[in-house]
Design a protein around this ligand. Structure first.
Ligand SMILES: Nc1ncnc2c1ncn2[C@@H]1O[C@H](COP(=O)(O)OP(=O)(O)O)[C@@H](O)[C@H]1O
Ligand SMILES: [Mg+2]
Length: 290
């Protein structure tokens, strides 16, 4: 299992039927168009002095209820890719499509959870933090937003902390609030950029477990960025391996057979080693000019 395979070919384009937000079946049907298509996407930063190419013609498809992981070394363009999917950075080449529609700007259908603990405004209570995007986007009125906030705070185990302020919470709890806030928006895709990287090892493990439990319950679609091979294998059902700067697709790995229980087992370690070798082997072709 876990055999690396070539990057998936573009599936024919067709509108994805509306899926119920919760309790939907994991749908790996090949006939359905992918929920999210990243199609030969190159991303660049332009400064007056130079152009930095962050990713080079990256392609992958994310299907509904996937836990799709972007894995690669620091600086390979993972965050940039996530920001492009979120609609903050336009591709210089290629196209990003959600439900077959080209992504051109940020929207409530794509919500990002970041690594930083300071993503929660400190003057709002936990509940107000979770309600805020629902109100700001006029998704819900005040009463419904409060109900929805409490529903998702309950899902991350923080009902009792609804009325405290973020500074009274641990790092892990703040990340749970950020996850509840994102899920409360019921996005088409939940985007997470190394959300557990700043946590201690034990808390990180616990958060991975909770995220998987939450996914079991809610079946959201996840695009998750990490530079940790182990975390990628635990969290993801599919993993895109990106080469060092500028990021290119190295391989796509099917990792749905791995979980926290398989951590440290021979198969897990063998796959981790194989991924490590693939990530850091020499570029088969000449890299783009710096
Ligand atoms: N605002 C920026 N201006 C110029 N270059 C940037 C900027 N942000 C990131 N980069 C460069 O783009 C490349 C990819 O960065 P990033 O997406 O943050 O990588 P990763 O998240 O994989 O660590 C890196 O070489 C980085 O230095
Ligand atoms: Mg990053």
């Amino acid at each position: 299992m876990g055999a690396g395979r070539a990057v998936a070919k573009q599936a024919p384009l067709a509108p994805t039927p509306a899926l119920p937000r919760e309790g939907r079946e994991e749908d790996q049907g090949q006939e359905l168009a992918p929920l999210l298509q990243v199609d030969s996407v190159s991303l660049e930063y332009r400064t007056p002095e130079r152009v930095v190419r962050a990713t080079h013609r990256v392609s992958f498809d994310v299907h509904a209820a996937d836990r799709f992981v972007l894995l690669g070394p620091s600086g390979c363009g993972k965050s940039t890719l996530l920001k492009a999917v979120a609609g903050f950075i336009p591709p210089v080449e290629g196209e990003i499509r959600l439900d077959g529609q080209r992504v051109t700007q940020p929207g409530p259908d794509r919500i990002v959870v970041f690594q930083e603990f300071d993503q929660l405004p400190p003057w709002k209570t936990v509940k107000q933090n979770v309600m805020f995007p629902l109100l700001a986007s006029r998704t819900l009125g005040k009463k419904e937003a409060a109900e929805r906030a409490l529903h998702y705070l309950d899902k991350v185990g923080l009902s009792k902390f609804a009325d405290v302020h973020p500074h009274q919470l641990s790092g892990g709890m703040k990340q749970r609030v950020a996850i509840a806030r994102a899920l409360a928006m019921q996005p088409r895709v939940l985007l997470m950029d190394e959300p557990f990287a700043a946590l201690d090892a034990l808390t990180r493990r616990k958060m991975q477990q909770e995220l998987l439990e939450l996914w079991d319950e809610v079946r959201f679609t996840l695009l998750f960025v990490t530079h940790s091979i182990e975390e990628a294998l635990v969290v993801g059902n599919r993993i895109a391996l990106l080469s060092p700067h500028p990021g290119r697709m190295r391989a796509e790995i099917n990792s749905h057979g791995f979980s926290l229980e398989s951590l440290g087992g021979p198969e897990f370690q063998g796959t981790a080693k194989r991924i490590h070798d693939m990530l850091f082997e020499e570029e088969p072709e000449v890299a783009a000019a710096p």
